[in-house]
Design a protein around this ligand. Structure first.
Ligand code: AFP
Length: 317
């Protein structure tokens, strides 16, 4: 626990991440793992602020050109996870293969992560983030409902870490000493959206999604989209009244976003806050992955709006 001086000169106590996890009764291995990821994020935030914005000359699993920052963030996180002593297997959105750290060690965790989601936004100085999905054991090809923890770190004007271990959603902020201290516990979402964040090209939307957008506009729901999944989801979660979607498109039936690295962790967080996450037909967390680079349409946020999106999509079939 860190003491700090609050307004009016009174001492107030900040609860740090490790202490909060302990008080919540988490397993020591999981606490260590989450804290190691939090440590890695301090180096990632430093790279974002001061690092090279050029291309690395390599491409990722999807044939996309990697930025030097993508490669660096991936190395920072991978090294930290590999040396943590509590990780079995790792898969990163940036690498082609599963990394076997200690596949047979019992009691360990396996981790899927996107080290720097939205990295193409760094050169225009918009917010980006790290997304992490954690499973018990060595299997990573499991439906998202098997996650034991999910978190993201948002590198915006402030750096925040938002996590769930299935006991609500909690937000921590990085302070002047680069420690994460509690900002909000048990974040809850309302049932109806007042903002929406729509990914992809609207002219490529199918009739169901197009009708859904028209309905949102008719209801006075405001558009708020940055193009970075972490800040866009964070806005919806923290305001508690929004819907994010990256739908199936006429030229891309699975949309753009990745099930293992982006959708499962975000769906777990949103559901834990009382929201919903669907691919338009099925709950995201029930989807069984076939391969690491599976993609899926994604509708995520206030549950009434997700249900409404599903109804419009059912009609188009
Ligand atoms: P990059 O990592 O290539 O910048 O992609 C970001 C992202 O995967 C995700 O963060 C956004 O939600 C989504 O793409 C935005 O995609 P559109 O620009 O097609 O809306």
């Amino acid at each position: 626990m860190e003491a700090s001086v609050g307004e009016a000169g009174k001492t107030k106590f900040q609860i740090d991440l490790r202490r909060y996890l302990r008080e919540d009764g988490e397993d020591e291995g999981l606490i260590h793992l989450i804290c190691e990821i939090a440590e890695a994020s301090k180096y990632i935030v430093n790279s974002i602020r001061t690092g090279d914005l050029g291309v690395a000359g390599t491409s990722n699993l999807y044939g996309e050109q990697q930025l030097a920052l993508d490669v660096l963030s991936d190395r920072i996180l991978r090294k930290r996870l590999a040396k943590s002593g509590v990780v079995s297997n790792i898969v990163s959105e940036e690498t082609n293969d599963i990394i076997f750290v200690a596949p047979h060690r019992t009691g360990n965790y396996s981790v899927a992560y996107d080290p720097l989601d939205g990295s193409s936004l760094v050169d225009v100085n918009l917010a980006v983030g790290t997304i992490v999905s954690i499973y018990k054991g060595s299997d990573l090809m499991l439906p998202g409902k098997k996650q034991v923890a999910a978190l993201y770190i948002l590198y915006g004007p402030r750096t925040t870490l938002v996590y769930t271990t299935g006991k609500g959603v909690h937000e921590f902020g990085m302070n002047q000493l680069m420690e994460y201290t509690l900002l909000r516990r048990n974040i809850r979402m309302e049932s109806k959206a007042s903002i929406y964040a729509p990914g992809g090209l609207r002219s490529l939307y199918t009739p169901g999604t197009d009708k859904f957008v028209r309905q949102l506009e008719a209801d006075g729901v405001k558009l708020r989209y940055s193009g970075g999944l972490v800040p866009d989801i964070n806005q919806i979660l923290m305001k508690g009244k929004g819907i994010f979607f990256y739908p199936h498109l006429r030229n891309a039936s699975e949309g753009k976003l990745r099930l293992l690295f982006e959708l499962n962790p975000m769906a777990f967080l949103i559901e834990q806050a009382g929201g919903a996450a669907s691919n338009g037909r099925q709950r995201i967390l029930d989807m069984v992955p076939q391969k690491f680079d599976d993609r899926s349409p994604f509708f995520c946020g206030c549950h009434e709006d997700v249900e409404r999106a599903e109804a419009f999509i059912r009609e188009e079939e």
